[in-house]
Design a binder for this molecule. Structure first.
Ligand code: 5AD
Length: 343
């Protein structure tokens, strides 16, 4: 029964809601993870693409109940890199061989269109592909960043259960988040979304909906990570930390969207010292080493004990690159865009 479902997924990349639910409920995840690994190899090969992650500001106007840098967390030590510092980190990343930088921040209005377009243009001159992960903006803003040269955008939907979303993200609107993803797609970005797994009140049925949503959005990238409770948030006492379930969800995303880019997330590494390598062997093909300076990265605390907090940019890159080679995979040499975009 399970093997039949997996064969169907491997061959057709289609599963119905009930079929996804069955696979999510199945205790023994090994066959699912192996199927995702084989689809990954067949569609995107053995190259692992590295993206240099720059966490440039932890100021945030939002108040998401799960997130350590939520507006109401007075204990969070706030920082904001200067444009020149961000560009310098980009320069370092390019010198280290990275082809892509990911600019990530809280939803910080200080970084307006003039400032961000300046930064994006400077990074483009370094021959870097620029990915933004800076939250919900107007279509006009997204357009300005696209015209400045940003090619990709990450915005997780977090959950497609809009009631749950509205409970966890007070003051925000699920419909607006969906609108953002739509605008980004129409503007020609490669679009990444994704969810957290193990949120309080999130059912397996809702996760099955999420996976179908990824397919419906025709995503280019999909990031899945376990929810890890942060002590200074309203969700401090919820269990979360669903490592095995996160892996299964990621594997199912690979089966249904066979040629997209899927990162092995830092949250997975945080729960298991080999988390990213296990993810790379269960459908993932991207890793995002952190190149933010060590003084700042410890304050970008979305969740506690984030993996790699004590590392430098070089440590972050070298430790994962060695492990990637040790499992017989190679480091991608191109910018590693979503394949179908090239044709
Ligand atoms: N645990 C795991 N992931 C989290 N994120 C935010 N807070 C947490 C947490 N406590 C994720 C969200 C967000 C991404 C940048 O980090 O999915 O989109």
């Amino acid at each position: 029964m399970i093997q039949e479902l997996l064969d169907k997924a491997v061959n057709t990349h289609q599963l119905k809601h009930g079929e996804l639910l069955t696979l999510l409920q199945t205790e023994d995840s090994a066959p699912l993870l192996a199927a995702a690994d084989s689809v990954r190899r067949q569609y995107v090969g053995d190259e692992v693409h590295l993206r240099a992650l720059i966490e440039f500001s932890n100021h945030c106007r939002n108040n998401c109940c799960y997130c350590g840098i939520r507006r109401a967390n007075r204990k969070a030590v706030r920082y904001r890199l200067k444009p020149v510092e961000i560009i310098n980190l980009g320069q370092q990343a390019a010198a280290m061989g990275f082809k892509t930088v990911v600019l990530q921040s809280g939803d910080d209005a200080w970084f307006d269109v003039p400032r961000l377009t300046y930064i994006i243009s400077a990074l483009k001159k370094l021959d870097l592909a620029v990915t933004l992960s800076i939250g919900e903006k107007s279509r006009e803003e997204y357009q300005a960043y696209r015209e400045a040269g940003a090619a990709r955008y990450l915005l997780r939907i977090e959950t497609t259960d809009s009631d749950l979303y509205h409970r966890l993200d007070p003051g925000m609107s699920w419909e607006n988040r969906r609108r953002c993803l739509q605008d980004l797609k129409e503007l020609g970005y490669e679009v990444g979304s994704g969810i957290m797994v193990g949120l309080p009140g999130q059912s397996l049925s809702s996760i099955a909906d999420d996976i179908l949503f990824f397919q419906e959005c025709d995503l280019d990238m999909c990031g899945i990570g376990p929810f890890i409770p942060h002590p200074d948030t309203p969700l401090a006492d919820y269990p979360g930390r669903a490592f095995d379930l996160s892996l299964k969800v990621m594997a199912l995303a690979r089966l249904l969207l066979p040629d997209i880019n899927i990162p092995a997330t830092t949250a997975m590494e945080t729960l298991n010292p080999e988390g990213r390598i296990i993810a790379l062997q269960s459908g993932a093909n991207v890793v995002m080493p952190n190149v933010t300076s060590p003084e700042c990265r410890r304050f970008y605390e979305l969740y506690p004990d984030k993996a790699g907090v004590g590392e430098t940019a070089e440590n972050s890159r070298d430790s994962i690159a060695g492990k990637i080679r040790a499992i017989g995979r190679s480091i991608g040499r191109s910018a590693g865009s979503h394949k179908s975009k090239k044709s």
